[in-house]
Design a protein around this ligand. Structure first.
Ligand code: ADP
Ligand code: MG
Length: 183
């Protein structure tokens, strides 16, 4: 195995040896991709029970804004226009929507935060900044959850880079909680 050179430190690795730093040093085309819409109800197939609830983007928003990027897991920022309006790290799964007989895509956003209440029907604003990994099949729910935990770590670590971090303050987001605190 090659030893890392001092000038280019090896990326942080997870326990299953997946790089936690994903994407180039600066978001590159087609990112950032901005998408917004009202949180819709999904099948409630266990996201919450697994500790990983996902806010479903409306079908129209997905088909308009996300038709040109591959199925898989993405990272970025999300804001819910309910409660404190804070902009928070998120991981998004772009997959096939069983409700539309897998002919349309579904975009499901897990915001990396513990919310006290659900926010169905509220507006969600999402900035997608990069690709984490392709979709996979899992032998068990435990392995799926383990992989999503790694995605969440990858999102947090990858967003810490300044060119990614500053998109939190983009005008796309509506006066976030930090901006409010400054006023
Ligand atoms: P559904 O199938 O209806 O999407 P989930 O079990 O995936 O059901 O739960 C999603 C809902 O949980 C969201 O629509 C939102 O109202 C709520 N929720 C609570 N915390 C979060 C979070 N951290 N990220 C995303 N959604 C959350
Ligand atoms: Mg969901």
């Amino acid at each position: 195995m090659d030893s890392p050179s001092p000038s280019s430190p090896a990326p942080a690795l997870s326990s299953n040896a997946r790089p936690l730093i994903v994407g180039p040093p600066t978001p590159a085309a087609p990112y950032p991709i901005f998408v917004h819409g009202q949180v819709t109800k999904g099948f409630g197939r266990g996201g919450k029970q697994l500790g990983i609830p996902t806010a479903n983007l409306p079908e129209a928003a997905v088909s308009q804004a996300l038709s040109h990027i591959p199925i898989g897991v993405y990272f970025g920022w999300a804001q819910v226009l309910a409660g404190d309006h804070c902009v928070r790290p998120m991981v998004m799964s772009l997959g096939w929507n069983p409700y539309f007989k897998n002919e349309k895509r579904s975009g499901e956003v897990h915001i990396i935060h513990e919310f006290k209440d659900d926010f169905y029907g509220a507006e969600i604003r999402v900035a997608i900044l990069g690709f984490v990994r392709a979709e996979r099949d899992y032998e068990s729910l435990e392995l799926l959850v383990e992989d999503i935990r790694v995605d969440i770590e990858a999102a947090k670590v990858s967003l810490r880079r300044e060119p990614y971090w500053r998109i939190k303050d983009d005008q796309f987001f509506i006066s976030s909680c930090e901006k409010k605190a400054e006023n």
